[in-house]
Ligand binder design. Structure first.
Ligand SMILES: Cc1ncc(C[n+]2csc(CCOP(=O)(O)OP(=O)(O)O)c2C)c(N)n1
Length: 527
């Protein structure tokens, strides 16, 4: 007999626990706030958990496991979902034999992201079903449900969380029991798994038929609920927005959506008939608002543009319900983020600033070098873009300016998506050559010091079978000049080297290597 347990868990912890209980054979992902702790917790719970070099590779591995009948989990932040889209848009056609659940954590309000895209739209475009939990209990329940439904409908399921769901702690009740890991085996099924046009055409039709089946199931048995209320106002909501809305308007009637793609429009239309007016309260894009209005439900209010931006909270929801588009929350003055005292990135940027470089940058702690007082980064768009953007600048700028262009990328980001930029550099070098600086602090510092293929350790910090050397990779693919410096102890030599290489029409990669101060402290304590 298993015991009923009650625990205070974050959404991320709840997802990890549910994956363990659901018999998930493999959890894989790439770090990204607010999703990172899922795999770390899955590992602590004894699950098999890995960091992949990037989200696309993670999704590929998870798909392979699900092709073999296993249950797999892949985790990422919203922008990581973009990186893996090439796989997902066709994995919805092929489907899976086992179960595959992708947890994609959105960051409305951009607490630590470069944009605030809404995963529901992307998932819908790819024909992928989406579940949206509203608290940790649902994060637990919906993760288990996602594994079940993925197996039932033979398609990868998306669990969309947002910052508040991922990081807030609420009570979770669960039975402390794990399902057996499903046996993995391979059954040849070329027509379903080799997506050439002759197979993909029927697979596309199959996907749409599956979509209709999932919709029918969602309309009838889906994890959505109706709470009757005052007939003057019906609220349709999902995710954490539902919690805010319940608090903002406890007297209203509610349709809470748990399974948001395919959206149970028929059931919502029935609900809407009981109310004079219906307002959709949702965080992010007007995803449900537009679908419900397009379905011709007459009393669904249009959503004002202002609610597309930022996180919602109870006061903002109150403002939306009362039509107050001018409402602006009090700004609490906070200290802007800055690099730590003694951070090696400060030393890596010093020579670039002193040499007047135009820095095509990338994402990581080192992006903070764009802020005052360093102001040492000129552009940053998405992971891995620094090398390509630098090459583009070099190709069109007048020579004196082109010579100043440097690409700066972190070690984890280099592993994630810098390698292909380096291939472009050796394949189509700009006339003035190019110079890349890898700011290697030997960790993924930005998201909390995760390991990567260059650190020599696996997700649980045990030794990896191989440590990838950035300098050896660069040499192997044909970068002419490769040098490693310690930016603190060899500051002058590093500056001279960079100056010299900027003056010649050659390809250069500098590894500026000094371990992150926080990682060094943690390692000294044996953490
Ligand atoms: C596609 C994508 N995945 C994940 C992230 C989250 N993220 C931002 S930077 C970063 C890696 C930072 O590590 P590194 O390049 O080593 O720089 P550091 O923070 O250590 O200076 C990660 C995982 C993101 N912004 N985009």
């Amino acid at each position: 007999m298993s015991n009923l347990m009650r625990k205070l868990l974050s959404g991320n912890e709840a997802v990890a626990l549910a994956a363990k209980h659901a018999g998930c054979a493999l959890g894989i992902g790439y770090p990204g706030t607010p999703s990172t702790e899922i795999l770390e917790n899955f590992s602590i719970l004894g699950g098999s958990a890995e960091w992949a070099p990037n989200e696309k590779v993670a999704a590929e591995v998870a798909l392979g496991a699900a092709f073999a009948g296993s249950s797999s989990l892949v985790t990422m932040k919203h922008v990581g979902f973009n990186v893996s889209q090439d796989l997902f848009f066709t994995a919805s056609y092929s489907g899976v034999r086992g179960a595959m659940v992708a947890v994609v954590a959105d960051d409305p309000g951009m607490a630590s992201s470069q944009n605030e895209q809404d995963t529901r739209l992307l998932a819908r475009a790819g024909g992928l079903p989406v579940l949206e939990p509203s608290d940790s209990q649902e994060a637990y329940d919906f993760t288990k449900l996602a594994f079940k439904l993925s197996r039932k409908f033979s398609i990868p399921f998306i669990l969309r969380t947002t910052t508040r769901i991922a990081h807030s702690n609420t009570i979770v009740e669960y039975l402390d029991e794990s399902q057996e890991l499903p046996a993995a085996d391979y059954h040849k099924d070329i027509a379903s798994s080799v997506m050439v046009p002759g197979h993909a055409k029927p697979a596309h039709l199959k996907l749409r038929a599956k979509y209709a089946e999932m919709l029918a199931w969602n309309e009838k048995d889906g994890p959505n609920k109706t709470i009757p209320g005052d007939s003057r106002l019906g609220i349709i909501s999902s995710g954490v927005a539902y919690m805010h809305a319940r608090e903002a308007a406890p007297e209203a009637g509610f349709f809470k959506v748990g399974f948001s793609n395919p959206l149970p429009v028929g059931k919502i239309a029935e609900f809407a008939k009981n109310y004079d007016k219906c307002i959709v309260v949702e965080e992010g894009e007007p995803y449900m608002t537009e679908l419900l209005r397009a379905a011709g439900i007459p009393n669904i209010a249009e959503r004002e543009e202002v609610w597309r931006f930022d996180e919602l909270n109870v006061d903002r929801v109150k403002a939306q319900l009362s039509g107050d588009t001018q409402y602006a929350p009090k700004i609490i003055k906070s200290k802007p983020p800055q690099l730590c005292q003694g951070c090696p990135h400060v030393f890596s940027f010093k020579p670039l600033v002193e040499l007047g470089c135009i820095v095509a940058g990338d994402i990581g702690c080192y992006t903070l070098a764009a802020m005052k007082p360093i102001s040492g980064m000129d552009m940053q768009i998405c992971m891995g873009a620094s090398i390509g953007m630098g090459i583009g600048l070099r190709k069109v700028l007048p020579e004196d300016k082109a010579r100043k262009v440097v690409s700066v990328i972190g070690d984890s980001t280099f592993m994630h998506s810098g390698l292909t930029g380096l291939l472009e550099m050796v394949y189509n070098p700009p006339p003035t050559g190019h110079l890349v600086v890898v700011v290697d602090n030997s960790t993924t510092a930005m998201t909390g010091q995760q390991e990567h293929p260059g650190t020599g350790r696996k997700l649980d910090h045990t030794p990896a079978p191989h440590t990838v050397s950035i300098e050896e990779v660069a040499k192997a693919i044909g970068v002419k000049n490769v040098a490693v410096f310690n930016p603190v102890r060899e500051a002058e030599a590093m500056k001279r080297y960079i100056e010299e290489k900027l003056a010649v029409n050659e390809l250069t990669l500098v590894v500026s290597r000094q371990v992150c101060v926080l990682a060094a402290a943690a390692r000294a304590k044996g953490k």
